[in-house]
Design a protein around this ligand. Structure first.
Ligand code: ATR
Length: 279
């Protein structure tokens, strides 16, 4: 067992609520695996306390943190240095503090999404990708797909949000929500970024009758692990990619910044985190 000493490197995840976060499990799994003198802890932080907590963590010598709902935009405002991805998102999920006192931030969700697909041998350059949804998650996914050379089309229940996203990204096509099912045949990849199919929400029937046999189907929802969309795709014999891998891949950059090692996403980690989702 790895014990924490006085020299331990400490990082955290901040959210409200936070108890459902899987990030402590997965980061502490990597800390154990690499025998690192460090810890990653969950912090339940209310919106009104967020700024003070960040300053306090910096003063207390934390290496950095992840942030989740509802802090991603506030975290962006706290950063001294952000990259292009963060600027495009207007939000960050990963912060690291450097010795010069600066707070750095980026959003790793999009890269995590693309890395998960690449792990499953899905190439994206010049592929036609249909994105269901136009919220914050869709923004990260769409931007990363564009960076990778994919051609994106967005469909969303509320058309204006899709239009706004395409304007902000400066790229992408739009189709109406009521038309995506019959338009599906022209796409290589389908990704769900909506909350449809999430555990605890109403059932939703994903109709994939017009999909081509080569369609790759992926979901960013990972509870349940095999979502209604992925089930529908499996029934049609289509290739599927689970959303859990995105969660694992998006965590890698933060871990390397705080603890100095580039961790890998492998079967053992995936099963470890997946098992925790059953409880
Ligand atoms: P996130 O930041 O996780 O993307 P969000 O900004 O609330 O969360 O976005 C949720 C997405 O799920 C949106 O695209 C939303 O569609 P609207 O923009 O029309 O609200 C989509 N969504 C949620 N419930 C839905 C439903 N019942 N049918 C279709 N789309 C739904």
């Amino acid at each position: 067992m790895q014990l924490i000493t006085g020299k331990a490197k400490i990082a955290a995840v901040l959210g409200w609520p936070i108890e459902h976060s899987r990030s402590p499990l997965l980061h502490n799994f990597w800390l154990q695996r690499h025998q690192i003198d460090g810890a990653y802890i969950p912090l339940a932080v209310k919106a009104e306390d967020f700024k003070n907590v960040i300053q306090g963590m910096k003063a207390a010598g934390f290496k950095g943190c992840n942030v989740t709902i509802p802090h991603k935009e506030a975290a962006y405002q706290c950063c001294d240095i952000v990259d292009e991805t963060a600027k495009k998102m207007g939000s960050v999920n990963t912060l690291w503090f450097t010795e010069d006192g600066k707070i750095h931030g980026t959003s790793t969700d999009g890269d995590g999404f693309v890395a998960n697909l690449k792990d499953a041998d899905v190439t994206l350059t010049d592929k036609k990708v249909l994105i269901l949804g136009a919220g914050g998650a869709a923004r990260s996914v769409a931007y990363a797909l564009l960076q990778d050379g994919a051609q994106i089309t967005i469909t969303n229940r509320t058309l204006q949000r899709a239009e706004q996203l395409v304007r902000d990204l400066g790229a992408g096509q739009i189709i109406e929500w009521k038309s995506w099912i019959k338009e599906l045949g022209q796409f290589d990849v389908l990704v769900n970024t909506t909350s449809l199919g999430m555990e605890g929400k109403d059932d939703y029937l994903f109709d994939l009758q017009h999909a081509s046999n080569d369609l790759v189907v992926t979901d960013i929802v990972y509870v349940p692990r095999v979502t209604p969309l992925l089930k529908a795709a499996e029934l049609k014999g289509l290739k599927t990619v689970e959303g859990l891998g995105m969660l694992l891949h998006q965590a890698r950059l933060g871990f390397s910044k705080w603890f100095g090692i580039n961790p890998v996403v492998d079967h053992e980690l995936t099963e470890f985190v997946a098992n925790s989702l059953k409880k």
